[in-house]
Design a binder for this molecule. Structure first.
Ligand code: NAX
Ligand code: ADP
Ligand code: K
Length: 517
């Protein structure tokens, strides 16, 4: 990989906090690039991108530009100047009179060209497009007073809003609106992806995010961001490259991993089927499914290739125990939890077994009742937990109480347990025991349906089983599974509308979403 390729890959994959971005910028300025030159380069790229978008928007003639006191405002003024020269009618809203020196110079020049400036947002009413340069990563406190009112007003208007760097008002790290925030149609994130943009809280504000790379040198990025980076985005090309698509010619089914799925009860008979269908799509060499004895026929009917292990059941129809002849250590991975109910008595045996394990749903609820950290830290083999936020809260009440940010919560959970923790959500976060956290940057709310989590469990289990018999590392596969699951959801939503992504259908789209890779 050339240095240019490595820089590109780094820029695509890391997430930075405001503090890190400030430190990287400071190094670049220290090295000698004039601040004005960098602003011209960065904002010039944003302007050209906006001009390209405007080619497809012939209805736009009047552009409203919101200008704050710092360099985010300076960027907006450069964009305004360029659009003015392209013939657009510009109106500027500048609520604060005290501007940073460079921003002030750009304001002076733009005013000299005859562009009107106003302190009231109402002057921009009726514009066909807005450019938001009120605040970027320099936002220090919540928006309040007239500026907050102006942002709320802007949010009521229908025209598209293009935010520079971040939607103004959004916290760079937490993605939470401070007071209020601009609801953008599109956000041009400058230089490096900001952590806040992949937080669930930010999604209603960010619109479509897009990175404007401005050639920050790799040396400066690496001097500030640790290696491996503490915060990452899951990049499609990397996730894809982890999938076990290239099999050796000489192999056999047991060399391709043997997954034991432990799932379902009479009450929740379908959960294990969804996980089983997803495990099938993972390509795993052998699939065994342990279910209550009374469900055996059902499972044989739907998953004819699977070895269905009928287990003794409790009065309530949960798995009471594994059959004596079942050797847990013979499996390459175990995925346990969907639909078990808390009556199932199988989790301790799995925890004691030195085989990679994925725990979900009632597997997690069992841990929550019987000691999460102590039980997991004692395990010899890798463990993966896939809680949704409700399960996470039950598993880690102490962390939930003390850590406000999702990123810190999931990181602490992974460090404390030694497990890989997949905190599911609109932007699923995956924390590793070394403290690094990866976020899934793209997904679809079409996945917000019962059973889609069971699909993830089966898929992940199948991939882990394949990795654990081969040379492959397990950690990157967890991210690949989360990415693949979302890809399938996105493809299904595109082809069948967002209403067409039920969990059963999702399992069909798993293969469809990777066949062209
Ligand atoms: N220098 C350059 O040419 C570059 C500029 N960039 C742009 O510069 C931005 C960062 O610039 P700044 O550090 O100047 O910060 P901002 O422009 O984001 O805002 C900082 C200014 O707003 C004030 N402020 C903060 N919170 C406020 C609030 N709630 N109410 C009222 N005033 C508030 C601060 O006192 C300061 O004057 C980035 O987001 C980006 O848009 C960089 O991305 C790239 C390089
Ligand atoms: N708004 C959303 N956007 C994207 N993905 C979502 C959203 N809501 C839920 N999901 C995904 O759907 C799945 C739901 O899992 P889970 O809550 O365990 O469901 P179940 O237990 O019914 O199977 C997770 O992978 C989660 O990331
Ligand atoms: K902004």
């Amino acid at each position: 990989m050339t240095r240019t390729d490595r820089r590109k890959a780094t820029v695509e994959s890391i997430l930075v906090t405001a503090e890190q971005m400030r430190a990287i910028e400071a190094r670049v300025f220290e090295a000698g690039i004039p601040v004005a030159a960098l602003m011209e380069k960065v904002a010039g790229s944003v302007a050209r991108r906006i001009e390209a978008l405007l080619q497809e928007m012939p209805e736009v003639s009047r552009v409203g530009v919101l200008v704050g006191p710092g360099h985010n405002g300076g960027d907006a003024l450069v964009v305004a100047r360029e659009l003015h020269f392209r013939g657009y009618a510009i109106a500027v809203y500048q609520p604060l009179s005290k501007l940073k020196a460079l921003t002030s110079q750009h304001a002076q020049y733009l005013a000299s060209l005859g562009v009107p400036f106003d302190e009231e947002i109402s002057a921009l009413e009726g514009c066909d497009l807005f450019v938001d340069g009120l605040f970027g990563f320099g936002l220090e406190r919540p928006l309040s007073g007239a500026i907050a009112e102006a942002v709320d007003r802007l949010n009521e208007w229908d025209s598209p809003v293009l935010s520079i760097d971040l939607p103004s008002g959004l916290h760079t790290d937490t993605g939470q609106p401070l007071g209020t925030a601009v609801r953008a149609t599109r956000t041009f994130c400058l230089g490096l992806w900001k952590l806040g943009l992949v937080q669930d809280e930010a999604l209603a504000y960010v619109g479509t995010p897009e990175l404007i790379d401005f050639d920050l040198p790799l040396a400066d990025i690496e001097a500030v961001v640790s290696r491996p980076p503490a915060l990452r985005r899951i990049v499609a090309s990397c996730a894809r490259s982890q999938l076990p698509l290239d099999r050796p010619q000489v192999t056999h089914k047991y060399k391709q991993g043997h997954l034991l799925l432990v799932a379902s009860s009479r009450r929740y008979s379908g959960a294990g089927l969804l996980a089983g269908l997803a495990a099938r799509a993972s390509g795993v060499g052998m699939l065994s499914i342990a279910v209550p004895e009374s469900l055996k026929l059902l499972y044989n009917g739907h998953l004819p290739e699977a070895l269905v292990v009928g287990c003794p059941e409790t009065e309530t129809g949960a798995i009471a125990a594994f059959p004596e002849e079942l050797d847990l250590q013979g499996f390459s991975a175990i995925a346990c939890g969907p639909g078990l109910t808390l009556d199932a008595a199988v989790v301790p045996a799995i925890l004691d077994c030195p085989v990679p394990a994925v725990l979900d749903a009632d597997g997690l609820n069992w841990l929550a009742q019987n000691g999460t950290v102590e039980r997991l830290s004692a395990r010899e083999a890798p463990t993966m937990l896939t809680p949704h936020p409700g399960e996470f809260k039950r598993l880690f009440p102490q962390i939930e109480r003390t850590e406000v940010q999702r990123c810190d919560r999931v990181r602490r959970a992974a460090v404390a347990t030694g497990a890989i923790v997949v905190l599911k959500g609109a932007r699923t976060a995956i924390a590793h025991p070394d403290g690094t956290v990866a976020f899934l940057p793209e997904s679809t709310p079409a996945l917000a349906r019962g059973g889609t989590g069971d699909v993830l469990t089966g898929l992940l289990g199948g991939l882990v089983a394949q990795a654990s018999v081969g040379e492959g590392a397990i950690a990157p596969l967890v991210e690949a599974a989360v990415w693949w699951h979302a890809q399938a959801g996105r493809l299904a939503a595109r082809e069948r509308s967002p209403l067409g992504v039920d969990a059963r259908t999702l399992t069909d789209y798993l293969i469809a979403s990777i066949v062209d890779l």
